[in-house]
Design a protein around this ligand. Structure first.
Ligand SMILES: [Fe+2]
Ligand SMILES: [Fe+2]
Length: 248
């Protein structure tokens, strides 16, 4: 279940979970993603024409809403333990959320595409929650939440696969590869946008510190050469303006 990428990113995960403030922020961010995902899956339950899927989606939605509640409660409890102080230099999170359900689109999506998307997202979530569970070893209450949620994510991962194989027996593997490809593409776009933002900031800074100073130096030199006070307009130019006025 653990993806090679998550294995490589383990030190970053460690850095995120090792700090109290970042841990609280991450838990609260998970609460949002899980709750939003739960609402979307509830909508999927309303839309599907398949009675068995409706029941499973409902169960899934209840689980995700429950996960959101657990994360929110734990984040709030940690905040109560120590009033949040913005002592960390970087409070952002360079990694995507545990679940990836924030990319979920329900309207107009047929069940086979939705199930493939959910299967890939749940599998990734299960792998990531396994890492998080180990990284919060110092905090048994948070670890217990990850353990509980991990069991649900494994159930979600398995039922989405079984149901996808039931409704698209011939193309379920292809559907999963397509969902994986689209997930990777979205990740790539996110990383590319972040790199473009950093690159833009570096370019603007270079322009400011390298290209602008010579102009400032020339402007100062020109200023020194200028005589102070009013400068008389050359006579010829003055005459021509007068002659122009006389024409009217
Ligand atoms: Fe979840
Ligand atoms: Fe889930």
């Amino acid at each position: 279940m653990l993806s090679p990428m998550d294995g490589l990113l383990r030190p970053v995960h460690q850095w995120v979970w090792g700090d109290f403030d970042r841990r609280v922020r991450k838990l609260l961010a998970f609460a949002e993603v899980e709750t939003d995902g739960g609402r979307d899956i509830l909508r999927a339950a309303e839309l599907t024409p398949d009675p068995l899927l409706r029941r499973l989606y409902l169960e899934h939605a209840i689980d995700e809403l429950h996960h959101g509640h657990l994360f929110r409660e734990r984040g709030a409890a940690l905040l109560r333990q120590r009033s949040a102080r913005a002592t960390t230099r970087f409070n952002g999170n360079p990694l995507p959320g545990g679940h990836g359900l924030d990319d979920l689109r329900i309207e107009g999506e047929p069940d086979h595409r939705l199930l493939a998307f959910l299967h890939v997202a749940e599998k990734a979530a299960a792998g990531r929650f396994m890492i998080y569970r180990e990284l919060v070893d110092d905090d048994p209450a948070t670890r217990a939440i990850f353990e509980q949620i991990l069991r649900d994510e494994v159930f979600h991962m398995n039922y989405t696969y079984t149901q996808l194989a039931r409704i698209s027996p011939r193309s379920h593997r292809w559907q999963i590869w397509r969902a994986r490809g689209s997930r990777l593409w979205k990740r790539y776009l996110r990383v590319a946008a972040a790199i473009a933002a950093v690159f833009g900031t570096v370019m603007i800074s270079l322009l400011y510190f390298i290209v602008l100073p010579p102009f400032a130096w020339f402007a100062r030199r020109a200023e020194r050469r200028e005589a102070p006070g009013w400068t008389p307009i050359p006579g010829r130019r003055h005459d021509s303006s007068e002659s122009r006025h006389s024409q009217y």
